[in-house]
Design a protein around this ligand. Sequence first.
Ligand code: AMP
Length: 476
Amino acid sequence: MTTFKQLGLSTGILEALEDLGFETPTTIQEKAIPQLLDDQRDFIGLAQTGTGKTAAFGLPLLNLIDPMQQHTQALILAPTRELGQQIAEQIDLYSKYLPKINVLAVYGGAPIHTQIRALKRPQHIIIATPGRLIDLIKRKSVRLEELEYLVLDEADEMLNMGFKEELDRILSYTPSTKLTWLFSATMPAEIKRIVNDYMTDPLEVKVDRKNTVNSNIDHQFTFVNRTNKSEALTRFLDVEPDLMGVVFCRTKRDTRDLAEELVRRNYKADALHGDLSQPQRDRVMKRFKDHQLQVLIATDVAARGIDVNDLTHVFHYNLPDSNAYYTHRSGRTARAGKKGISIAFISSRETRKINSMERELGINFTKVRVPSADDIVANRMEQWCQAILDKNGHPEVGKKVLSMAENMFEDLSKEELIRRLMMNEMEKLNLNSHDLNASQEKRPQKRRPQGRDRKYGRRGAGRSHRKRDYGRRSKR
Ligand code: AMP
């Protein structure tokens, strides 16, 4: 398997990738990065959002920019303000250990004067939407005479949005010596025309949808009131006793409070946050890896570099501020080819954020419900029955005890005996039947593109229900 180091990236960039938890390059990164670093040649990358294409051009660009040269060396054109911001955000994260590289995103819908002021300082990389860039060029705030790299991101989208003339115009302002890297999901005739008119002998690399960053992750979200979040979390833990997960919170304090509450309620949980000393952190991680903890409650910063392979779930107790962090968080699960679930606890007002993540990360979310008490009973009792079926005669029940029990149960029918055994088992679950979904779901919801709705986040059917241990937790 190729590593980022083998692709030829600098140490500063490698460190930033490690912090972000990017372990291996995606297909487009593997194919594009060495070419873009070494080849002084135009490039076409046919890749969708979600394939890691931003890093595929962003990382080599950062490697190639000379921070000592005080002029605009690279221009990245993006069809929308959101994509522009997203690119700027990613470049910012990738460049954190590099000598200061100035990056500025300019787009319509924001005050132009602020952007003009920012452009008075030399900007090594400008990220722009086409319309606003032309305005800024006309006002002589952006100068492209010494441009070395032009990246056209989502070129097909730019044309779909009617930026054909703007593109032609911008291309005419750039020097013929620059290199053009064009990224597009599709190759319609109009893109072919741009390639023919403005690019020289480009190298073409294509990756398809199945090469998205991690297609083994099932992305889900559920509506929960803030006050019900910890209860909702325990429902998910109750319904899946084999679950092993990380719960992401926004602040150190949230992680501590939640971990304390879970421990009080006899769940095997602990917090991982920036105030822990290295030995304390190592101890928590060891307990987690040894499965002495079922859930780790962490902040984004503390969770960097968590390398545990068998996480089944990632919970977003709060949504992260940036999409890159969402990818980083959810990428803690579904590692080494396994499947995993990423569940976000959101309020109905955050539906927009989910929609925007779907668009910008190229992923689909499914709405799920917080498991109800009935779901938990059904699931746990099914597992209990399976555990009985799996019993193979060890340890032996002594003859005397067995005949005592047979005598005592003699007058009970098989049905009645099963019913009473189950009642006895269910009492141990001692569930709270309050429906946590109700309050949020009454509100009318805005557009949900997929319109799918699942009961709760169970992993695929057919899982083995062995290794169950009902005695390990006494319930509330
Ligand atoms: P993109 O296709 O550029 O929109 O990337 C989608 C998401 O994947 C971004 O949020 C990146 O942070 C993330 N990403 C990019 N490359 C990798 C990688 N090699 N490993 C893990 N995540 C990645």
